[in-house]
Each structure stands twice: as C-alpha cells, then as structure tokens.
Ligand binder design. Structure first.
Ligand SMILES: Nc1ncnc2c1ncn2[C@@H]1O[C@H](COP(=O)(O)OP(=O)(O)O)[C@@H](O)[C@H]1O
Ligand SMILES: [Mg+2]
Length: 421
C-alpha cells in the first residue's frame, strides 16, 4: 500500500524526483563549486573567496547606502568574464540604470537590464535567456501573482525568495537579491529571508561619509568573519586595501581629545581615531552623545573615569565620535575611548604614535582582548612606536619580537598615567 502512495507522489513531481536522487559524495565533482573571482578583492573576501555558482546571495542595507552601485559594478565584471547577466530592477528605469552604468564606467556588453516587478515574468525571462547570473533589485518590489498580499509583505518576500532559490539551485546560476533594511532592521524584508538564502551580506556605513563595510552575517560557503572595505566615490565603490592608512590620514598631532584604537573587523585589524570633546554643562542634565560607538559604552566609561580615576565629569557634556564614519562594535576600544575623554578633559594631547588596546571593567581594571598580537602587529607595521595593552598580555610569547614599545597596565588609571607619564 505504502509503495503505491509513494509512486503517486513521485509521479506528481517528475522533475524534482530526478534532482532529489541521492548521489555518492565520492563521485561528486568538486569543480562544480569553482568560485568566480571578481576584480574587487574586497567583494571576493566578503563572499568567502568569490561567487559560488548556484548560490542565492542577499545584499542587505539601508536605502541609499550603495547596494545597487555595488551590484551593477559586479554585474559589469561578471558580464565581462563569466557570461550574460540579467539585472532586474523594480526601482529604477532602464535609462536610470544606463546613467549609473556610464558613471561607473561599465560598457554593458553581456549585461541585460530589465525594469520589471512581476516575478512570474522575470522567471520566464530567466528560462528563455538562460543568463549565467541574475540580480534582483530589490526583493521588496517583486511580487508573484499567486500570492495575494502586497509586494514587500512577509509572505510575498518569502515566496519570491523561494522561487528564486529554485532558479538558482541545480542550474549553477548565482542569483543576487537586494533587500532594504530600516534602521531597526526589524522590517519584514531581509530578516525573514536570512533562512532561505545561502549567504547574507550587509552593506554598512554612514550615509554621508564615504566608508562602506560589506559584512557577511551568514555564509553556507565560507567564514562569516570576513569583511570587505570600500570607499564610495563618484565613479563607484573602490576597494580599500589598507583602511587604517586612510582613517588615520588626518590624525592631528598636538590636539587634545584624540586617541587611536585598534579594532578587529573579522580577522583584520583596523586602526581608527576616536575623538572626544568635554565641555561644561550650561544648565540641567549633562549631555552625552556617541557616533560610531555604543552610547551605553560611553556612559559606562564616563562613570568609571569619574569613580575610579577621579575625573570630575559630573558637570560635563561628553561627545564621542569615531572618525571616517567607522563603527566600532567591540570593547577592545574602551581604553582608547576613555583616553580620548580624559585627554579632552585634561586638555592634554595624546602622542599620535601611541595606540591603545584594552577593555575596561567596572572596577577600572584593564582586561585582555582577543588577538592582541594581530592588533599590535598592525600598529607596528603602520609606524606606531608605542602601544598600551593590558599587563597580562605583555607576557604573550607572540608579542616577543614586536618592533614597538609595549606598555602594560593593570587599570585604566595606570594606563592613563603611562600615556602622559
Ligand atoms: N552622481 C553621483 N556622484 C557621486 N555619487 C553618487 C552619485 N549618485 C549617487 N551617488 C552615490 O550613490 C549612493 C546611492 O547608491 P545606491 O547604489 O543607489 O544605493 P542603494 O541601492 O543602496 O539604495 C548615494 O548615496 C551616493 O553616495
Ligand atoms: Mg538601489
């Protein structure tokens, strides 16, 4: 009885039954996963080493951050090296795409553009044209006729993504999907898609500053540790091979309120300048604002500076800013933030050749951070001459032959003494 049921079920899905047949792992050709390499080394890095054929990739990010720019550049690159690519835009007309392509210096050979929002039609086009790769910009503008809800709704977005998954898997054709995220990231769109797609990359940055970071938050084909760093220019997104150099370009010598932190993006150390300004509060509650670092972290560090270092910050407004629109997401920058605040408060500049690494605890102790050797090495190679780190890290054997002076400190108070000592 059972076998008859099985048969009828299989019979009703003839095409998929073939694809679902088990295959011997030993006989699978690893060449099927040969990655496509793009000109942009940063994009390759974020993807985990290039485009995996047949993968479905979501590029998320705030509106206006540069998703369409990134994907049009990639399309030009793929078209030139790997075959026809179909770029479907539900947001812009083909003329607008042409204007952007001209600005980005893309000649458009093998690059087909289609302004369409009906995904049924798009799928038909994909079947007829059989392009090597596809871009859908954006998933929120697409709809399937069979789904009753409006474009951008959770069910519409999910069904569209599943349909695209079908058009990618088994064909070896990579498909890139753009998804807009709002500030809180909670909107139906991309978050609901993360389970369906193979890879999720988020393009981040401050809208009015030029740095962009392409961060992998999910990758079935690679590490989620890697980020790509770009700079937005009139001619498009350009790779930034050494972000620290650009971020520190304008590091002021002799100005107070500035300190250099060594932060890790994935496995990559990046040196950034943290600025702070303290001014006496005119009336009422003191203001504290933070750009590029968590405000709660600034509040905590201010409290530690008041209580454990004896800095009278109670009647001070405090502003903290990370230069270049960069965002620091880890406590290893605590020491640099606290030092910048203390520097502004005491009106004493910090040596511009000094880098600061360490997490600050509530008792004012300086705590170890991960991969301290990598960070110190990067500071040394950028020409820094001194580095303050937690004392427990100074003994690390990996730090034995660094070409800069290592200064160990047990507490924030001690670190500050050594900074100006
Ligand atoms: N003519 C231009 N010259 C320089 N930069 C431009 C120009 N037009 C747009 N841009 C940049 O491109 C960004 C828009 O990028 P876009 O790829 O359309 O973003 P998204 O697709 O993420 O909404 C703008 O915020 C701006 O920084
Ligand atoms: Mg766009």
């Amino acid at each position: 009885m059972e076998s008859i049921e099985e048969e009828s079920r299989v019979a009703s899905r003839p095409s998929s039954s073939l694809r679902l047949a088990p295959v011997s792992l030993a006989r699978l050709d690893p060449g099927r996963l040969t990655r496509w390499l793009l000109e942009s080394a940063e994009f390759n890095r974020a993807l985990g080493g290039g485009i995996v054929p047949g993968s479905l990739v979501l590029i998320g990010g705030d509106p206006g951050i540069g998703k369409s720019t990134l994907l049009l550049q990639m399309s030009g690159n793929v078209a030139a090296s790997y075959g026809t690519i179909l770029y479907v835009s539900g947001e812009e007309s083909v003329d607008q795409l042409k204007l952007r392509a001209d600005r980005l210096g893309i000649n458009g050979q093998n690059l087909l553009v289609l302004a369409e929002t009906c995904l049924d039609d798009v799928l038909t086009q994909i079947e007829t044209l059989a392009p090597a790769a596809v871009v859908i910009d954006s998933i929120q503008t697409m709809y399937l006729q069979a789904v009753p809800s409006a474009p951008g709704s959770v069910s519409q977005v999910k069904e569209c993504a599943l349909a695209l998954l079908g058009a990618a898997k088994g064909t070896g054709r990579p498909i890139f999907v753009v998804g807009h995220v709002t500030k809180d990231g909670a909107i139906a769109g991309p978050r609901a898609l993360e389970h369906i797609v193979d890879t999720v990359l988020y393009l981040e940055g401050e809208r009015f500053q030029s740095f962009r970071i392409l961060r992998a938050v999910k990758n079935r084909f690679g590490s989620t540790n890697e980020v790509g760093v770009f700079e937005m220019r009139a001619e498009g997104l350009a790779d930034v091979t050494n972000p620290s150099e650009i971020l520190l370009e304008e590091l002021p010598a002799g100005a107070d309120g500035s300190a250099v932190a060594v932060t890790l993006e994935g496995t990559r150390p990046i040196l950034v300048e943290v600025q702070a300004l303290t001014t006496t509060t005119n009336f009422g509650l003191p203001r504290r604002t933070a750009t590029g670092v968590d405000l709660n972290r600034v509040l905590l560090l201010s409290a530690v500076l008041s209580k454990r270092v004896g800095l009278a910050l109670g009647n001070q407004d405090i502003y903290v800013n990370v230069v270049g629109g960069f965002r620091i997401n880890e406590p290893a920058a605590d020491l640099a933030i606290a030092t910048a605040i203390a520097s502004s408060m005491r009106e004493r500049p910090v040596d511009p050749k000094l880098a600061l690494i360490g997490e600050v605890g509530l008792s004012g102790e300086l705590r170890r951070v991960r991969d301290v050797d990598r960070r110190v090495f990067e500071a040394a190679s950028l020409g820094f001459s001194r580095c303050v780190i937690p004392r427990s890290s100074v003994r690390d054997r990996s730090l034995a032959r660094m070409e800069l002076e290592l200064i160990g400190a047990d507490s924030l108070a001690e670190a500050l003494q050594r900074v100006w000592g």
